[in-house]
Design a protein around this ligand. Sequence first.
Ligand SMILES: [Zn+2]
Length: 151
Amino acid sequence: MAGNITAGDRFGRLTVLQKTDLRKRGKIVWACKCDCGKYINAVSTDLTAGDTQSCGCLKKEMEEKHLREKYDEKRVNGVALQLFKDKEPRKDSSTGYRGVSKYYTRKSKELRYRAWITVDGKRHYKSGFNTAEDAYYKGRLMLEDLHLPKK
Ligand SMILES: [Zn+2]
């Protein structure tokens, strides 16, 4: 089977240089040169199967690309998503609005709504709204504007 490979063959980024005296798993080990300039030894069957296609630089590049894409994805979705995590009630919480909770005034025990937001572990409030809707649109959204990092 080793006869399938000859010097000069290309597998991914690798160019086969010459047969070595080494054997791995009973297979011939070939000396190869990667496009990036590194020299490596590769087992014949790994080359023909496509398991070895570079000195390792290809895999590294793919991983970096993947990381970069994931990072960009997060940025596109807004910093907010990352910051909020699971700290806040979902939209189906008691008030129906994200980041809005009910409370009662101390003296007259009247129902009021308070908007809040947690950014980087810090909580910010804006209280005194008569409706949850007001608290959301006039409170929460304003807090988001004030405290969320600008994109
Ligand atoms: Zn390489």
